[in-house]
Write a protein that binds this ligand. Sequence first.
Ligand code: ADP
Length: 216
Amino acid sequence: MKLIVLLGAPGSGKGTVAARLVKRFKVCHVSSGDLLRAAVKQADTPASRTAMAAMREGALVADEVVGALVIERLERCAPAAVILLDGYPRNEHQAANLAVEVARAGAKVAAAVWLEVPEAILIRRLAGRRICGKCAAGYHIENMKPKVDGICDSCGSALIQREDDLPGRIANRLVVYKQQTAALIDWYESRGLLVRIDGSDDADAVVERVAQTVIA
Ligand code: ADP
């Protein structure tokens, strides 16, 4: 397995880039956010309600909960696949846990790609983001419009705005990112694994850069 961690603030394009790379290469996309959203939809338990509340506010879900979902999903990627891990790790504890778990499988993180995007662009992207309520495909009201307004190109379902994309919550997610996740840039750099990519251009250009740098 070639494990590539995608680092970057909310709105930096991790999910968009990964979804486009999946169409071009044999890659396995593992998104902690998608896993969590699917898990809380499936089960109505005290643990899932706690996770849902954290996600709505843009706070982090407990490390053990996310870690278990991500590791279980990684095990289901084909052994030889390139894996794009998006949204995990989000703090140093998770990064250390990931290193231990992949070592157990005889592998290691091959690179950590940091999609670097200025904050003003992040806010515009998050506020205009819409996702398909059914298949979770991502759109933007200005620069990644669906063919028919409000309808998913892939599955024809209605597009929705994520609750954590509302203005007050975007601000909170950016604070959480700065406080907990941004430190991972140094964490991976000090291990010689960091690859910086300018993520501020349109999605096609960023996808090309990531593909040429770490996949092709
Ligand atoms: P974004 O990166 O755009 O903020 P995600 O879809 O990756 O969105 O994550 C949505 C929410 O899911 C986060 O705000 C957080 O509550 C939760 N989450 C996702 N990944 C993790 C993680 N690794 N650790 C803790 N919480 C997480």
